[in-house]
Design a protein around this ligand. Structure first.
Ligand code: NAP
Length: 305
């Protein structure tokens, strides 16, 4: 457990899913938060971070979670753990429901009287319109999105708790296979060609930016529902072209093969065409501007050489 500032008897902030992309980014950035910042969570004194991975506790083991919670008495929870890949949820809906809904319900009940921030998704919308505000009705099309929409309702029933809907997150995950840019690179390394839609739109965001603003929401004591995504509306194909540029700069020998496709020709599980999020609520609340995906790409290009 890493300590922030002076030693204290106060419990930590739990970060679940700390072995994943966004949880890991939250842990990385926790060193940027001052003890005073973190102290605001617990009433003015410093507190610590507890990075929970599956190796420490399987969150579906409710008895073990209860024991750990009683032992550690966290002062806040940022709940990132999930079955986060849509195909895995579609393949095993019962497991998706257990991990995404029942685990969330259980943790939220334990954290009844402390801040609890839950990560949800732009996919709760059907994507027929785009530019979604927090006040817009949801209409999930996939098992993953259904589990997230159901879990959101559990969280929003508690006025101390917070739901953060985000879009595609990029960056560097501990296992190198969770961020969409890593999935693309890994596929190209296997010699695959990526078929990417020119008419499916998202608002991608670096995971570090997501994490930075989650910390801000927590330390500012903000509760309720927030959209947190990038400022640029890009098609999957446009995103792929930009990621390909970075991958080629990092490894000039890599064949970054991608092919434009259209939802009009697609046959398969339902897909949401445009789930772009309107983030004006979080921008106004925190006094921030949502980041541009293109800025992140430029940074990656310059770091690559
Ligand atoms: N990344 C995105 O683009 C994106 C977009 C929208 C919303 N979100 C949401 O944001 C949150 C974080 O996403 P992410 O990309 O960081 O996910 P991720 O990389 O897939 O990480 C999720 C982590 O949760 C862990 N986990 C799952 N079930 C668990 C359990 N029963 N007990 C303990 N640990 C468990 C996983 O461990 P294992 O690896 O051992 O399974 C994994 O380390 C998720 O709720 C996701 O739905 C993400």
């Amino acid at each position: 457990m890493s300590r922030q500032g002076t030693e204290t008897a106060l419990g930590p902030v739990w970060i679940t899913g700390a072995g994943g992309l966004i949880g890991h980014a939250l842990v990385q950035l926790s060193s940027e938060r001052s003890a005073t910042d973190l102290g605001t969570i617990s009433g003015g004194q410093g507190c610590s971070i507890r990075a929970l991975t599956r190796g420490i506790v399987d969150l579906t083991n409710f008895a073990a979670v209860d024991r750990l919670f009683t032992e550690e008495q966290p002062v806040g929870v940022i709940h990132c753990a999930a079955i986060s890949k849509s195909p895995a949820c579609q393949k095993d809906p019962a497991n998706a429901r257990l991990n995404n809904v029942e685990v969330t319900r259980h943790l939220a009940a334990l954290a009844d009287s402390i801040p609890f921030l839950f990560l949800s998704t732009d996919l709760v919308f059907d994507g027929l319109r785009g530019g979604y505000l927090e006040s817009d009705p949801v209409n999930p099309l996939s098992v993953y999105a259904e589990t997230k929409a159901e879990a959101e309702q559990i969280i929003l029933a508690n006025k101390r708790h917070t739901v953060i809907r985000t879009s595609l997150n990029c960056g560097k995950s501990p296992l190198g296979c969770s961020a969409f840019n890593e999935e693309m690179r890994n596929a190209w390394q296997l010699g695959r060609t990526l078929d990417l839609f020119v008419d499916e739109f998202r608002t991608p965001i670096p995971a570090l930016e997501t994490a930075r603003n989650i910390w801000k929401l927590l330390t500012a004591g903000q509760t309720g529902l927030f959209h947190l995504a990038g400022a640029e509306r890009l098609s999957r194909y446009e995103i792929g072209l930009k990621v390909a540029d970075v991958c080629r700069k990092q490894n000039p020998r890599l064949m970054t093969s991608l092919r434009p496709g259209s939802l009009a020709q697609y046959q398969g599980a339902p897909r949401a065409p445009d789930t772009c999020l309107d983030c004006r609520r979080i921008e106004e609340t925190l006094g921030i501007k949502m980041p541009l995906f293109s800025t992140w790409i430029i940074e990656q290009m310059s770091q690559a050489g």
